[in-house]
Design a protein around this ligand. Sequence first.
Ligand SMILES: [Zn+2]
Ligand SMILES: [Zn+2]
Length: 233
Amino acid sequence: MKYACDLHIHTALSPCANEEMTPNNIVNMSLIKGLDIIAITDHNSAKNVRAVIECAKGKNLIVLPGIEVNTREDIHVLCYFSTIEKLEEFDAWLYVKLAEMPFEEKHFGSQLVMDSSDEVISHENKFLLQGADVSFNHLLAFVNEMGGIAVPAHINRTANSLLYIFGFIPVDPLIKAVELGRLAPTPKIDINKYHVINSSDAHDLSAILEREYFIDLNAKSAEELLQHFNNIL
Ligand SMILES: [Zn+2]
Ligand SMILES: [Zn+2]
């Protein structure tokens, strides 16, 4: 069956995202838009994912645990896991690779950690838009080791994209899918051998996709989705 997905959505934890991106607002807007599966992918942190999963409980929406890592090379990579526990384990591994750097919310935007009632629990004090101390290759290997999948994000953009920074997509069996960003031209290289993900990269509620990008799955679950991306085309 085909399911409508948007696998790249930021919450108010990302400093560049609107503060309206609370767990409840994201879940409710996704339901209004008729989505079946969403992924929460904040920059370098997964601290709001559990709250969004809790909000979606009992509703007709699957939340795939995710994060958008910024590597040492300044490449954005979406990393997805089958369970929140695995994602949080990954998050702890990544957190120590982020530097303590002076950061003022009034200049860069707030980084709000929220609970499932949209209450602010804390403000993240490590600046999340920095490049983590992990290389692209190491990231791919570690995510794979943890049973997750790493997807180079918005490869058709000129900022923070694998294709722009490396100039090509490395031949690597661990790259099984690539994401195309909206409002950027389709790349002039052959991407037919990859699963191609179209997503919103929403930083505000209105940007969340409508029913426009579909994935054919045997069942509506995070495990099935990861299995789908692992299938060789
Ligand atoms: Zn990005
Ligand atoms: Zn993003």
